[in-house]
Design a protein around this ligand. Structure first.
Ligand SMILES: [Zn+2]
Ligand SMILES: [Zn+2]
Length: 185
């Protein structure tokens, strides 16, 4: 049976909530990340407000850190990462193989999954697990303590919102209440 995970999704413009989806699997070049912390960006709030149209059922979030849960065979063969490694994942995930990437313009990536795809055309990181394309190019190793620091030392207000307590998800607000979301898996 396919294992399920909890996700925070956009149900329709102006409406969000928790749901369950199958845990994604890695293709040869990909990684599956078990989310440690995921921060909200104003792009998420704009998306929920309808800036890029209805994204019914799409998992939100595109800035996260986590632990490598699964590596595709080619990503593993790169020798750069191993399962269990703590990593940060950028919001933009260029393929690093297309012409634009190879000429130094990864922000103009023309690869099928390259560019800004999280919470745009593929599921994002407000979930227990999320999929990263071209993992060898899009994962950055980080020390484990940097994740712990985010959990325990962030001097911000913490407020549980209409999110699932079992996923230990909440909203962190700074002094200006701009809203920084922290999702602890
Ligand atoms: Zn962002
Ligand atoms: Zn590319």
């Amino acid at each position: 049976m396919t294992r399920k995970m909890k996700c925070f999704v956009m149900h329709r413009i102006g409406e969000v909530g928790m749901t369950e989806k199958p845990i994604p699997r890695a293709g040869p070049n990909d990684a599956i990340i078990r989310t440690s912390a995921a921060l909200i960006c104003t792009s998420d709030t704009h998306t929920v407000a309808g800036a890029i149209g209805d994204r019914h059922g799409l998992t939100l979030g595109h800035e996260a850190v986590g632990v490598i849960h699964e590596l595709g065979e080619l990503a593993a063969a790169s020798g750069l990462f191993r399962i269990g490694r703590h990593v940060a994942v950028g919001a933009i995930t260029p393929c690093c193989t297309c012409d634009n990437c190879q000429h130094g313009y990864p922000s103009q990536c023309g690869g099928m999954l390259g560019g800004w795809k999280f919470a745009n055309v593929k599921d994002g990181s407000f979930a227990e697990y999320f999929h990263v394309n071209n993992a060898a190019a899009n994962l950055a190793p980080i020390p484990r303590r940097s994740v712990v620091g985010l959990r325990t030392r962030h001097p911000l207000q913490f407020r549980q919102q209409s999110l699932d307590l079992s996923l230990q998800v909440g909203i962190l607000y700074d002094a200006r209440r701009t809203g920084v979301l922290c999702a602890h898996g």
